[in-house]
Design a protein around this ligand. Structure first.
Ligand SMILES: NC(=O)c1ccc[n+]([C@@H]2O[C@H](COP(=O)([O-])OP(=O)(O)OC[C@H]3O[C@@H](n4cnc5c(N)ncnc54)[C@H](OP(=O)(O)O)[C@@H]3O)[C@@H](O)[C@H]2O)c1
Length: 354
């Protein structure tokens, strides 16, 4: 097969192309915008493998994804599948326009390009958090007019509907990972956001409070005692996306989620143990009267995660279970030990300087 990918220089994309090159004979056409990053990726493969990797310069925010005519001619009519992973993974309200430019308009541009190139299948990577403020996640499109926590979620919901509207042009499957964390075997993660942004914020806070001479005070994070965080290891997500080449069904949504997510209280405990600190706790909104200035600073540093610290969502992943059945990929069973290993791997390699 000839496979066209966007977002292959990212956290998930890096893992996915490693799978596709190591485990198949397919040729990959990687859309890149940063030459240095693309070359670094290429250099991690053997000379023989590199013959199956083709770099295509572009940017999803431009019409036709900014492809040169020469490149378009070479690949027209030859691409079997597009994996669309490229996105801006940030939650801030002040990035709303940029989020829609990259995630929505960018998706429109790659869809149009896929139609122009005569692509047969389009695999769209969305997020489980298109669930918005509901407590139950289903494997179907959500209402566009429902309430969402941030412009990232909104841009991804709108994009799913957009992708769906191209179903008469090619086969469409939508994949929705929850919070992607490090490799389940090594803990390795090339990410600075979601769990990693949260851990970094706590690490910076610890350094600042120590510097200011904190004396065993407890700092409260506003959340929900029974709130959970749905982590999925990057290798699990990449394995499912790889398998999709042969098994994904047309017009189907796949939630790639954890059936037994840990509580935020447990996660905070494990992070604190890794950080050798013991002065953070989670309290419910209603229990909080007056936050100290340090607590306000702490909650401000993690405010983009606030909605997620309060929620507890159950996701149906029946379509994903059917996709992996009998394939050798086990349905996710992420142990406490694995999550601790993933957390410890981050603090072992990326510690903020004192
Ligand atoms: N990380 C998570 O926890 C998570 C959870 C659920 C779903 N997802 C979804 O999974 C996908 C991959 O996420 P990730 O964590 O791997 O993200 P990431 O590490 O931030 O990578 C984003 C990728 O998108 C590319 N990109 C961004 N803007 C682009 C543009 N204008 N033109 C071309 N390429 C562009 C980036 O290229 P550069 O290298 O040039 O910047 C990079 O390859 C996204 O669709 C995301 O929404 C992620």
């Amino acid at each position: 097969m000839n496979i066209f990918l966007t977002g292959s220089t990212g956290f998930l994309g890096g893992k996915l192309i490693r799978n596709l090159i190591d485990e198949t004979d397919h040729h990959l056409y990687l859309l890149f915008r940063n030459e240095k990053k693309a070359e670094k990726i290429i250099s991690s493969f053997t000379r023989k493998q590199r013959n199956r990797i083709h770099l295509v310069q572009g940017d999803i925010t431009s019409p036709d994804c900014g492809l040169r005519e020469k490149d378009k001619k070479i690949i027209a009519g030859k691409m079997d599948v597009v994996y669309h992973l490229a996105a801006l993974v940030k939650f801030e309200e002040d990035l709303r326009d940029e989020l829609f430019r990259v995630n929505f308009q960018g998706t429109k541009n790659i869809l149009n390009l896929a139609v122009e190139l005569g692509v047969k299948k389009f695999f769209h990577v969305s997020t489980a958090y298109t669930v918005g403020r509901r407590n139950i996640g289903v494997e179907a499109l959500y209402d566009r007019a429902a309430e969402y926590n941030n412009p990232y979620e909104e841009s991804k919901v709108q994009s799913e509907h957009l992708v769906d509207s191209y179903r008469d042009h090619m086969d469409i499957s939508i994949f929705r990972p929850a919070i992607i964390v490090g490799d389940s075997k090594t803990g390795e993660a090339d990410s600075a956001f979601t769990l990693y942004g949260f851990m970094r914020a706590l690490e910076v806070f610890k350094k600042k409070t120590i510097r200011a001479g904190s004396t065993g005070q407890v700092y409260r994070i506003i959340g929900a005692m029974r709130g959970t965080s749905n982590f999925v290891p990057v290798d699990y997500v990449a394995d499912i996306l790889s398998l999709a080449l042969y098994r994904a069904e047309n017009e189907t949504v796949y939630n790639i989620t954890n059936p037994n997510p840990p509580t935020n209280m447990d996660i905070l405990t494990w992070i604190q143990q890794a950080l050798e600190m013991n002065d953070l706790s989670i309290v419910e909104d209603e229990g909080v009267q007056d936050l100290s200035s340090e607590e306000q600073r702490l909650n401000g540093m993690i405010d983009v995660f606030a909605a997620y610290l309060k929620s507890s969502i159950i996701f149906d992943d029946g379509n994903t279970k059917r996709l992996i059945a009998g394939s050798g990929i086990e349905h996710l069973n992420l142990s406490e030990e694995s999550i601790r290993m993933i957390i410890n791997a981050y603090f072992g390699t990326k510690a903020v300087p004192a």
